[in-house]
Write a protein that binds this ligand. Structure first.
Ligand code: IMP
Ligand code: MG
Length: 172
């Protein structure tokens, strides 16, 4: 296993930013029928913290897509392995992701849910990592914009390890 290299975002900084995002989302989704859709597995911690920072009567569900597997390279093939169980008809869906890298996953998910009966579909990603972006995608809410690096912690993994770390670290 690679050793941990460098702390990129501290636990305190993460908490403060999640609170800020929560306040912004609370204002912007007033009076809406909001559904948070967390993308498993990477977004499980971010979604858990963010939903408690949003002061609205919302619904929460999770979806699962194919991901990197044990490698640090994207396969480029997206499949939805778990559909939401909530009826999205007329709802304002906010997709919660850990990181947007090449953009393949989020562009595919946005397109998929825009074909659903949801009223609106927006994206909130903890990290927007621009260096390898190959598919354009508009991320509506961004926790942190970072250029590069393979990041782990706070839900982000490398071969399923490091998800339980409270801060975000770079492995390369
Ligand atoms: P994309 O389809 O290339 O945008 O990749 C999105 C998915 O790749 C994310 O949901 C993560 O699961 C994974 N991923 C991309 N970059 C990283 C990283 O730096 N650390 C951990 N996972 C990553
Ligand atoms: Mg992910």
């Amino acid at each position: 296993m690679k050793p941990l290299r460098k702390e990129i975002v501290s636990s305190l900084h993460l908490q403060a930013r999640v609170e800020e995002l929560g306040r912004q989302i609370t204002k912007e989704y007033q009076g809406r029928q909001m559904v948070l859709l967390g993308v498993l597995n990477g977004a499980f911690i971010f979604a858990a913290d963010l939903c408690r920072a949003i002061d609205l009567d919302l619904e929460i569900d999770f979806i699962r897509v194919t991901s990197y597997g044990a490698s640090t390279e994207s396969s480029g093939t997206i499949r939805l392995l778990k559909e939401p169980s909530i009826d999205l008809t007329g709802k304002d869906v906010l997709l919660i992701e850990d990181i947007v890298d090449t953009g393949t996953t989020m562009a595919w998910l946005q397109d998929h849910f825009r074909q659903s009966p949801a009223n609106t579909v927006k994206i909130c990603s903890l990290i927007d990592k621009k260096e390898r972006r190959s598919v354009p995608v508009d991320v509506d809410y961004i926790g942190f914009s970072l250029d590069k690096g393979f990041l782990v912690g706070y839900g982000l993994d490398c071969a399923e390890k490091y998800r339980n770390l409270s801060a975000i670290y770079s492995l390369d």
